[in-house]
Ligand binder design. Structure first.
Ligand code: SF4
Length: 692
């Protein structure tokens, strides 16, 4: 076998690219990874995969990898390679010095949805137990924090309601602000299978995504709304349900509260399809027909993405979808539900593990004395009961001088967060920036300490996917940096005077299970035995929970919430007459740090601006021209492609390449409840570059 060049062994692990969480056998010849083979018994993928999971693993051995710790006194200096002992000692000493000078609350950390549950858990523990504050936030802040807020308010827990398999029993599929074909390809295949079998499709999206019309699939309705008007659309759906007597009265009476007050609100004429047409541009007849289909077409399931959450009303929209599902009884069984399609591999997990500044693991508020008591007893410290800083608050506080040191764990905030200029100013103002990452990313350019991270092939732990499925991530090879990331966090904590020690990642999961009721039945041994499990997994649900809220909502009764539509502040003006919205493509992943370092780079080497032919013509722009894209906060240059996927007046780009830096354009606007940035609506102008 060896002579034929075939693999000699394999390790079962989980793709690190998106919230689908596909299982793969990593096949090796000796110590060399030869190929990734999708695993037929993988709970999320059942033998399927996409191009990223299958082929885009080359970044793990890319020569750009940082393999030794580096330190510098100022960002104007050259990096100097140091030992782990020196890097950890330097980091711990500087953090303590800064706290002594500027106070306990002057430091904090950002966790990553790319890292394992166990790594996230120890980072938030370091912040709470060692830093002595709650200044920890997750990069989910900038993607799905409104999901966490909205689903908790209405259903009682911050997670999607269904397993992926559930889509096979949906009769109507409502896709809002998501492009599963590019963003969640393996789940998209499941969805398409069901659509080809005859399920009806409604797409709510300003852009004509591939799903609207693909082989053997034709959406019954594509509601091409103006960016920023989701809430008006979902309210119009609910208005039709209420005023046309399409409510599931029995479900509402048995399972929900607040219905009477909500009915009074939603029945008002301002929510009628006719009134909403004025706001959204979607014809009233189309709105009404789509709402009727959702309410009467059988099992109706909602799937949504960042086109819902990354708005100034992201949280309102999540609650609006929950209202709609409850009013029609589309919750708590196969084929229905409200389902966030998570972007990164461990968005769900990074939120579950307590890395929001107001919540301990399991979404329990830091002000809850009983919950805090569990951790105080186990960790041997007093914990703070007031929420810490969110990411945008950290940036603001850094600029005003009260926040002085930040630990960034596996996240490129300088490229991925909005309003790049403000982020750069904040990072440059810090006394200490510690970055742990695989590469010298855009954030590391502002760092004083760069701690090398491990790729998913070197990690030992778990990821939790969009259907709450906890998958094992097994080490395919030893950490090329010499240390697991959780070990580094423990060593920094110890150097700061707090005794944090674990023998293994399995032991960290044991602590998570001990302290978090929804994870009580989870252990590496159990996962190795059953493959994967969906939380809650505990005494009440030893086999996990594929479908939530079956007999009752987690909060008891499902709660109807009045979802008032408030227009975004971001309007087109004479100076910035177009609206820019953003998204991703199949072959690149987020800021591209990984996919740009694989063969993928040859497939899509640049971000492109999709511009409607009419908008291009009036500006003298031809297909392929380089253009300047500007907003009130910044400008960048990229290539225009003419496309009628967007309506006149709306343009679209991706954010995978630092050279383009789409977030130079995006603004400080954010969701009212969670500060999730309003990436999806920016008023812009487009013009030919001066040299053309
Ligand atoms: Fe990986 Fe997502 Fe593709 Fe599955 S669908 S292989 S998890 S990128």
């Amino acid at each position: 076998v060896v002579e034929l060049g075939m693999p000699t062994r394999s390790v079962l692990t989980t793709c690190a690219y998106c919230g689908v969480g596909c299982s793969f056998k990593a096949e090796l010849r000796g110590d060399e990874l030869v190929r990734m083979v999708p695993y037929k018994d993988g709970g999320a993928n059942e033998g399927h995969s996409c191009v990223k999971g299958r082929f885009a693993f080359g970044y793990a051995s890319h020569p750009d990898r940082v393999l030794a710790p580096m330190v510098r006194d100022s960002i104007a200096d050259e990096w100097r390679e140091v030992s782990w002992e020196d890097a950890i000692g330097f980091t711990a000493r500087r953090l303590r010095e800064i706290q002594a000078e500027h106070g306990t609350g002057s430091i904090g950390a950002i966790t990553s949805s790319r890292t394992t549950n166990e790594e996230v858990y120890v980072v938030q523990k370091m912040v709470r137990a060692v830093f002595g504050n709650n200044n920890v936030d997750t990069c989910a802040r900038v993607c799905h924090s409104p999901t966490g807020y909205g689903l908790k308010q209405t259903f009682g827990t911050s997670a999607g309601t269904q397993d992926f398999k559930s889509v096979a029993n949906a009769d109507v599929i409502l896709v809002i602000g998501a492009n599963p074909t590019d963003g969640h390809p393996v789940f998209a295949s499941r969805m398409k299978r069901r659509l080809r079998q005859g399920a009806k499709l409604i797409v709510v999206d300003p852009r004509r995504i591939d799903l609207v019309r693909s082989p053997h699939i034709e959406a019954a309705h594509h509601l091409q709304l103006a960016p920023g008007t989701n809430v008006a659309v979902v309210n119009a759906f609910a208005h039709v349900v209420v005023t046309e007597e399409l409510v599931d009265r029995e479900f509402v009476a048995d399972r929900c509260e607040g219905f009477a007050e909500w009915t009074e609100f939603i029945a008002r004429p301002e929510h009628s399809p006719e009134a909403v047409e004025e706001i959204t541009g979607v014809p009233a007849g189309e709105l009404r027909a789509a709402a009727r289909l959702y309410a009467t077409g059988g099992n109706a399931a909602i799937y949504y993405g960042l086109g819902v959450t990354e708005h100034s009303q992201g949280s309102t929209m999540v609650m609006g979808m929950a209202n709609l599902a409850m009013a029609t009884g589309n919750i708590g069984r196969d084929g229905v539900g409200v389902n966030p399609l998570r972007g990164q591999n461990n968005v769900q997990g990074s939120c579950d593990m307590g890395s929001f500044p107001h919540e301990l693991p399991g979404y329990r508020h830091v002000a809850d004395d009983d919950v805090r008591g569990i951790y105080e007893h186990l960790w041997g410290v007093d914990l703070r009961d007031e929420p810490g800083l969110r990411i945008p608050n950290m940036f603001d506080a850094a600029v005003d001088g009260s926040f002085r040191a930040l630990f960034v764990h596996g996240e490129d905030i300088a490229q991925s967060d909005p309003n790049t200029q403000h982020v750069h100013a904040a990072l440059a103002a810090l006394d200490l920036l510690v970055v742990q990452d695989l590469f010298v990313n855009e954030t590391a350019k502002f760092a004083h300490v760069l701690l090398p991270g491990t790729s998913f092939l070197e990690k030992d732990g778990t990821f939790t996917n969009a259907e709450r499925r906890i998958n094992r991530v097994r080490p395919v090879m030893a950490p090329s940096t010499g240390k697991h990331e959780w070990q580094i966090i423990c060593e920094i904590s110890q150097a700061m005077g707090y005794p944090m020690h674990y023998e293994s990642a399995a032991q960290i999961m044991d602590e998570i299970a001990l302290t978090t009721p929804t994870f009580a039945g989870v252990s590496f041994a159990h996962l190795d035995k059953v493959g994967s499990v969906q939380w809650p997994c505990n005494e009440a649900a030893p086999d996990g929970t594929p479908i939530m809220h079956k007999d009752g909502f987690v909060r008891g009764k499902g709660r109807f919430v009045e979802t008032v539509y408030v227009p975004t502040r971001e309007r087109s003006t004479r100076k910035f007459p177009l609206i820019l919205t953003t998204g991703r493509i199949l072959t690149q992943y987020n800021v591209g740090a990984q996919t740009r370092r694989t063969a993928n780079v040859a497939w899509h080497p640049e971000d492109l601006l999709e511009l409607h032919p009419h908008d291009a013509e009036v500006r003298g722009i031809r297909d392929g021209d380089m253009v300047v894209l500007s907003s009130r906060v910044g400008r960048t240059t990229l290539r225009a492609v003419l496309s009628d996927r967007m309506p006149v007046g709306v343009c679209y780009t991706t954010f995978h390449h630092p050279v383009t830096g789409a977030n130079v354009i995006t603004t400080e606007n954010s969701d009212w409840a969670t500060n999730c940035p309003e990436y999806k609506v920016t008023a812009v102008q487009v013009a030919l570059t001066p040299e053309q």
